[in-house]
Write a protein of this length. Structure first.
Length: 87
């Protein structure tokens, strides 16, 4: 005997009392309401001559930083990135 599960007639309800965003970074998004993110993609590049300094009581003195960036393509396209007619 085959049994079929009932199909819900309404979409699921998700309710947040509040949303706190402390930082927005690359490829992030906050979407509210009825929306669809079609063809949403990102690519990027970051250069850093010093790197990062973390912790307490750190000092960087008399530093010399050089970034030699001679590449022709900064962020090559990957699968799905190139969309014809997109602005």
């Amino acid at each position: 005997m085959l049994r079929y599960l009932p199909v819900p007639s309404d979409p699921p309800l998700i309710q947040f009392d509040s949303i706190h965003v402390t930082a927005i970074s690359d490829a992030s998004g906050i979407f509210i309401g009825t929306n669809t993110q079609i063809y949403w993609s990102t690519s990027g590049k970051q250069n850093s001559g010093l790197g990062s300094v973390s912790g307490a009581n750190n000092y960087v003195l008399n530093n010399i930083n050089t970034v030699y960036d001679n590449d022709i393509i900064d962020a090559p396209y990957t699968k799905g990135d190139l969309i014809i007619g997109r602005v």
